[in-house]
Design a protein around this ligand. Structure first.
Ligand SMILES: [Zn+2]
Length: 269
């Protein structure tokens, strides 16, 4: 058994209706599992207010606001101006945004333009950034080479690339996040990738309520993921890296706090 911990789930969506209706119990289980802070990511204009309200109502919630690549096509005109105003007035971080070329249908130029907009805001306001990227590594690297990352830092959450891509992205300055998927029996590629990440670039997350550990009894039937399962990601990452969970938790937590907690003056107890 692992002892008492004080961890940050570096990417989740507590505002999602699958969790929001049950939030007290979800957060109680998280705290019992040693997960005390939640980087809570908005995905479209309709949920930004809910994310900010959670910061007001619950301890340890770190708000991030952004437009997820899945919703770029349906965003109302003027979204970027409204995002900029909200960011300026609230001090929230930026995301979830990014590039997803694994969708069946998508507008590549619109996704790239939205990503550039988030990058510009993150650089101008000096806020950390959390990105969703699938099958778009070349495009991401090109944009970042041209535009640059924010000084406050950037993470690619639920990293799905190869070990080689992990090395290349770290070279550009990215942090890489891994979740419960690492624990899947067939996740050989992800375990290889997590071994390629430097301790000061490695983040743990759940992406709750998504990316549940479906290989576990109780989750096969569609039960939503929750931040308490950060322990599953920690255990799997530690096994893949042949590290002790306690030692790895200290390292990843230091990284998480530097990137996502320190800029927001969130109490660490
Ligand atoms: Zn997410």
């Amino acid at each position: 058994m692992m002892g008492a911990m004080n961890l940050t789930d570096t990417h989740c969506h507590l505002q999602d209706p699958r969790l929001a209706g049950n939030l007290e119990a979800v957060l109680e289980r998280a705290r019992a599992a040693g997960v005390a802070r939640f980087v809570c990511c908005g995905t479209r204009e309709a949920d930004w207010d809910a994310v900010l309200a959670l910061q007001e109502s619950h301890a340890g919630v770190i708000p991030m606001l952004g437009l997820h690549p899945w919703f770029v096509g349906e965003a109302a005109p003027g979204w970027a101006d409204r995002l900029e105003t909200l960011l300026a007035t609230t001090g929230a971080g930026i995301g979830e945004c990014g590039l997803d070329f694994a969708l069946e249908a998508f507008d590549r130029d619109a996704q790239v333009a939205a990503l550039r907009c988030h990058l510009r805001l993150a650089r101008a306001l000096e806020r950390p950034l959390t990105l969703h990227v699938r099958r778009a590594w070349d495009a991401l690297i090109q944009v970042v080479r041209e535009d640059g990352l924010p000084r406050a830092g950037a993470a690619i959450h639920a990293f799905s690339g190869s070990a080689e891509t992990a090395r290349e992205l770290q070279g550009l300055g990215f942090h890489l996040g891994f979740g419960c998927g690492l624990a899947r029996p067939d996740a050989h590629r992800a375990r290889k990738a997590v071994r390629a990440v430097a301790p000061d670039r490695l983040l743990l997350e759940t992406d709750s309520p998504d990316l549940a550990p479906r290989h576990l009894p109780g989750y096969a039937e569609g039960r939503p993921n929750e931040p308490a399962n950060l322990r599953i990601a920690l255990q799997a990452a530690a096994e893949a890296r042949q590290a002790s969970p306690e030692a790895l938790a200290l390292e990843t937590e230091q990284t998480a706090q530097r990137l996502f907690v320190a800029p927001f003056a969130i109490p660490l107890s």
